[in-house]
Design a protein around this ligand. Sequence first.
Ligand code: AMP
Length: 144
Amino acid sequence: MSLEAQYDPDNIFAKIIRGDIPSVKLFETDAVLAFMDVFPQSEGHCLVIHKQATATNLFDVDADVLATLMAAVQKLARAVRDGLSPDGIRIAQFNGAPAGQTVYHLHFHIIPVYEGRALGAHASGGPADAESLEKVAAKIRAAL
Ligand code: AMP
């Protein structure tokens, strides 16, 4: 998918927003949704998306929407920090398939990093089971 790709209203995150497929939610407002990444690279890997913006990547989005999104990223990153006590936190966002993007609805990754534990591969491997995601999500939610 190129940097100029058209937004597909049936992408997997659009389906999550509509409730067509399940997700482990962390918080939701009229504008944003935060939820657990189902192929986590580390314990607590989660995602933030805008619910109305039909942006595939960073280049498509209005600055005011981006500001709302980034405020949510900061809020969630603080909760990950306080709820899970990682040694570091990586914030990531990929634009275009060659850069590693696999879902074409603009999103930010919050990836906790724990010393001595290698990060898993990006968007691969088996999905985490809902029960273990829910346990980690509860710790993050409690810190929001
Ligand atoms: P990217 O490769 O930057 O587009 O990131 C997409 C992310 O979405 C990857 O980290 C995937 O693990 C994650 N992902 C894919 N499908 C789902 C899903 N149904 N629920 C939660 N996360 C997902």
